[in-house]
Structure formats: structure tokens, C-alpha cells
Design a protein around this ligand. Structure first.
Ligand code: SAM
Ligand code: SF4
Length: 271
């Protein structure tokens, strides 16, 4: 579908959970976030219904994200149900990779096409510091498992910290990740870190929201809202309105450009 600013809306990002097995410093406070109530989290069959309605209006690309999508029980069954929707040309997942050794074969068998793996540092101590305790060896094993399972091309998402930038705007961690990706033949996407101060976050040039003038995205939050823009509080409940109506309203009101989101965490919307 084409919106009022001439943008083709063909991409749905689904936050399948707000839960996560890491606590990245730029994403979550150390004491965790206020979690969505269990009964407010969309059931898997509700997510599939939203995806079908989105494909009906022209969505061809779906990405599962979160929170950490692989901590959602039954995620492989969700993948399998999405993969058979006629019209889905690209089915991808953004993950921290920790659980890929277990899940990569199941996801590939279910019909997932590819994964983006988040990796902000290769050095074990730096990775543990950024993720508050994560073990980078598990991510590296996850990348290997994804490769073996054929979830390719694997892309690496690397958040660029504000501090420690050199003349080219890179940090030592980012340089390490770039070198690792080069060695492994993986593509890297560097993402500008957004400041999540006071629970708000705003557009950052080169950040994860993308280019507003060409934005093709809709998002489904883990608590069942269709959001037309990452940097806005506009959201339409699929339980209250039904999936088709929520999607229709979100596209009709998709802002020309993002500004600030103040009522949801990144993990609820999926970045
Ligand atoms: N848990 C999965 C992961 O880490 O890949 C998926 C969800 S995570 C919210 C999606 C992406 O958003 C990740 O690549 C993460 O690095 C990025 N992200 C999280 N907080 C961010 C921030 N404050 N600024 C920029 N990117 C951020
Ligand atoms: Fe979890 Fe991903 Fe957020 Fe890190 S960026 S805390 S892995 S949701």
C-alpha cells in the first residue's frame, strides 16, 4: 500500500516479546524494564493474523525482533506459520544470537530465510561489559550455527557507542567487529546509538529508524499495537480494532518524519 506521502509500505517488523536474556547498556536499565503483562502479550496465533492482514495490504517483508525473539516459547512454530503465508518474499530475524546454536536448524526448517545478529564487541570482556554479562563465545557459536543452517546472508548489527570515536567515527570495538566480519565474510551494519535517557528516544541520523522519506515500515509491538513510526507514540491496538483496521489507521496516520517516542521501550517495539 502507498501512504499519503507516496511511500510504499511493504515491511512489517514484529516484536514477538519484550523479554530478553541480555541487558545491553544502551537498551535496558540494569534492574530491567517493566515487563508487559502476560495477558497483554499477543498470542502467536494473533501475531499470525496480523501478519496475514499486513500481507493482504502489500507487505512482502517480515522481520521478527524483540526483546530477544528466541526467548519466546514456540518461536519456531511462529516462523513456520509465517513462512507459508502466500506473498512473504523475505522472512528474517534480528537476534542477539545466544540461542542460535539450539534454534538455527529449527528456524531454517520452519522456513526462516536469514538472520541479523547483534554484535557490538568481539573482545570477551568488552562484550560482557556492554551486554552486562553476555558470553561472546555463545554469539560466535550462534553465527556458525546460522551459517550451517543456511540462514544467509548473515548480517551483523553493531551499535556504535558515543564514546571513544576516532577521526573516522569508529570505536575500537566497532573496528574489531568490522575486522571479524571481514574475516568471516559477513556484512556489518553500524547503528548509531540512540540515547534512551528518561525513557524517551528520538531520531538519530543514521540510526535504526531508517530514512523517513523512504520509510516502508510498520511495526507490531509485543503488546499488540501497530506503530507507523519508531519515533512517535502513535499506536493502534489490534485487539481493540482488529488487525486490518489497526494497520489501515497506522498507514493513514504514518507521520512524514519521526520525532520522539516516550511511551514504549525499544525492546517492546523491536528497534
Ligand atoms: N535482542 C535482539 C538483538 O539484540 O538483536 C533484537 C532486539 S534489539 C532491540 C534490535 C536492535 O536494536 C539491536 O541490533 C540492538 O543493538 C538495537 N538497539 C537497541 N538499543 C539501541 C539503542 N539505544 N540505539 C541504537 N540501537 C539500539
Ligand atoms: Fe536484549 Fe537486544 Fe536489547 Fe540487548 S539490544 S538488551 S539483546 S533486546
Amino acid at each position: 500500500m502507498i501512504d499519503r506521502f507516496g511511500r510504499t509500505i511493504d515491511y512489517l517488523r514484529i516484536a514477538v516479546t519484550d523479554r530478553c536474556n541480555l541487558r545491553c547498556v544502551y537498551c535496558m536499565p540494569s534492574d530491567g524494564i517493566k515487563l508487559v503483562r502476560h495477558e497483554d502479550v499477543l498470542r502467536l496465533e494473533e501475531i499470525v493474523e496480523v501478519a496475514r492482514a499486513a500481507v493482504d495490504i502489500g507487505v512482502i517483508k517480515i522481520r521478527l525482533t524483540g526483546g530477544e525473539p528466541l526467548v519466546r516459547l514456540g518461536v519456531e512454530s511462529l516462523v513456520a506459520q509465517l513462512a507459508v503465508i502466500d506473498g512473504v518474499a523475505d522472512l528474517a530475524m534480528t537476534t542477539n544470537g545466544l540461542l542460535l546454536p539450539k534454534y538455527a536448524p529449527l528456524l531454517a526448517a520452519g522456513g526462516l530465510h536469514r538472520v541479523n545478529v547483534s554484535l557490538d564487541a568481539v573482545d570477551p570482556h568488552r562484550y560482557a561489559a556492554i551486554t552486562r554479562g553476555g558470553d561472546v563465545r555463545e554469539v560466535l557459536a550462534g553465527i556458525e550455527a546460522a551459517r550451517k543452517a543456511g540462514l544467509t546472508p548473515i548480517k551483523i548489527n553493531c551499535v556504535l557507542a558515543h564514546e571513544g570515536r576516532d577521526a573516522e567515527g569508529m570505536t575500537p570495538d566497532a573496528r574489531d567487529v568490522a575486522a571479524f566480519a571481514e574475516r568471516e565474510g559477513l556484512q556489518v551494519r553500524f547503528i548509531e546509538q540512540m540515547d534512551l535517557a528518561d525513557g524517551r528516544f528520538s531520531v538519530v541520523h543514521g540510526g535504526s529508524g531508517g530514512d523517513c522519506r523512504r520509510c516502508n515500515r510498520l511495526r507490531l509491538t509485543s503488546d499488540g499495537q501497530i506503530r507507523p513510526c519508531l519515533f512517535s507514540d502513535l499506536g493502534f491496538s489490534v485487539r481493540e480494532l482488529g488487525a486490518a483496521e489497526a494497520i489501515g489507521r497506522a498507514i493513514a496516520q504514518k507521520p512524514p518524519a519521526g520525532s520522539t517516542c516516550s511511551d514504549r521501550t525499544i525492546g517492546m517495539i523491536g528497534g
